[in-house]
Design a protein around this ligand. Structure first.
Ligand code: NAD
Ligand code: TYD
Length: 356
């Protein structure tokens, strides 16, 4: 069996669904079910005997330790985190509590469990930490993409908390020998993406006839990867990654935010045309995010060279699948856009002014 923390969130849920579609090894999903965690993401597994769900906080070291003893997993895959940069700017405390303290407690419980394993299981065990390219900071247009040896230079409370958690994972390998793997991935998109993040926010706002908020000039660059490609990369790293190593994962797909928004508008104009005009008419440039990183880009040659992974989906095919998923899943969208979500949208967007 494997344990997946944060398996009710966007990437974690896609990972659990993919895993059980590919093999029969059971999964225990451990998730606090914060605003970002949603059991509806895993509803298709409700009566699947290969899937177990436990609601819990990664800071609850005792509960996690008991579960490890009880189920004896061969790996812990750690996705659980506070993940939204804008929320980290307005309220950094939970990012420290979950991403730093939570990862620490998870490592402590896992280290104790791992120490007691018989030698064969001990050497086969893995703690796989899912992290982000944002730990490397920001690039100028001329810089080469982030590689595994790029120095850490996190700029937001979110990326600083993820960087701290990466360092803790590194130290548990170096000091205690815990067999760890760390992946640093670029921006994901796909099904079950919570509509606070750019791509699902644009799709859902466009369909609701609302403004499409673009921060500043919209020329910031992100490297977008389809979520199922990320899941496939994690499976490859878990299977054959070298203990103690880090692997960068990316889509070789740099896009400006404005270009992403334009492509989404084009797709919606084609798949669900408005009565009058284009969805582009709803675009509004608003006050920029404080400390906004200008460009992220990933050099994903190490994972391709060592593990043979590269993305299967192009941005065009992946984005089309994503828009089609949102068009077909109104019930999911309506359910997540409930009271707490509306409060967030009000807090984040109501006092922003026109930028350009
Ligand atoms: P998400 O916000 O959609 O989901 C996070 C999940 O973690 C939720 O189910 C939430 O309930 C759970 N969680 C939060 N705090 C918890 C706690 N204290 N204890 C237990 N569970 C808790 O995030 P995501 O986009 O799916 O990201 C998953 C991981 O991948 C994160 O570690 C993130 O840093 C990393 N990552 C994300 C992206 C991206 O583009 N979304 C890119 C690279 C890396
Ligand atoms: P986001 O999806 O929040 O991911 P991250 O900040 O982790 O890269 O944002 C992606 C990019 O889109 C980022 O440069 C900020 C920008 N953005 C907007 O322009 N408008 C928005 O309403 C949001 C949420 C993001």
């Amino acid at each position: 069996m494997i344990f997946v923390t944060g398996g009710a969130g966007f990437i974690g849920a896609n990972f659990v669904l993919d895993w059980l579609a590919q093999c029969d090894e059971p999964v225990l999903t451990y998730d606090k079910l914060t605003y970002a965690g949603n059991l509806n993401n895993l509803v298709s597994l409700r009566s699947d005997p290969r899937h177990f769900f436990v609601q819990g906080d990664i800071n609850d070291q005792d509960q996690f330790a008991q579960l490890l003893e009880q189920h004896q997993p061969r790996a812990v895959l750690h996705f659980a985190a506070e993940s939204h940069v804008d929320r980290s700017i307005l309220g950094p405390a939970t990012f420290v509590t979950t991403n730093i303290n939570g990862t620490f407690h998870l490592l402590e419980a896992t280290k104790t469990y791992w120490h007691k394993l018989p030698s064969t299981e001990k050497s086969a065990f893995r703690f796989l930490h899912v992290s982000t390219d944002e730990v490397y900071g920001t690039l100028s247009a001329e810089d080469p993409p982030f590689s595994e040896t790029t120095p850490y230079a996190p700029n937001s409370p979110y990326s600083a908390s993820k960087a701290a958690s990466d360092h803790l994972v590194r130290s548990y390998h170096h000091t205690y020998g815990l067999p760890t793997l760390t992946t640093n991935c670029s921006n994901n998109y796909g099904a079950y993406h919570f509509p606070e993040k750019l791509i699902p926010l644009i799709i859902t706002n466009a369909r609701a006839g609302k403004e499409l908020p673009v921060y500043g000039d919209g020329q910031q660059v992100r490297d977008w990867l389809y979520v199922n490609d990320h899941c496939a990369a994690i499976r490859r790293v878990l299977a054959d990654g070298r203990s103690g190593e880090t692997y960068n994962i990316g889509g070789w797909n740099e896009q400006t935010n404005l270009s992403v928004v334009h492509t989404l508008c084009n797709l919606l104009d084609e798949l669900q045309p408005k009565k009058n005009g284009s969805y582009r008419d709803q675009i509004r440039h608003i006050t920029d995010r404080p400390g906004h990183d200008r460009r992220y880009a990933i050099d994903a040659r190490k994972i391709e060279r060592e593990l043979g992974w590269k993305p299967a989906e192009t941005f065009e095919t992946g984005l089309k699948k994503t828009v089609e998923w949102y068009l077909a899943n109104d019930v999911w969208v309506n359910q997540v856009q409930s009271g707490d979500y509306l409060k967030w949208v009000d807090l984040q967007y109501s006092n922003k002014t026109e930028a350009i």
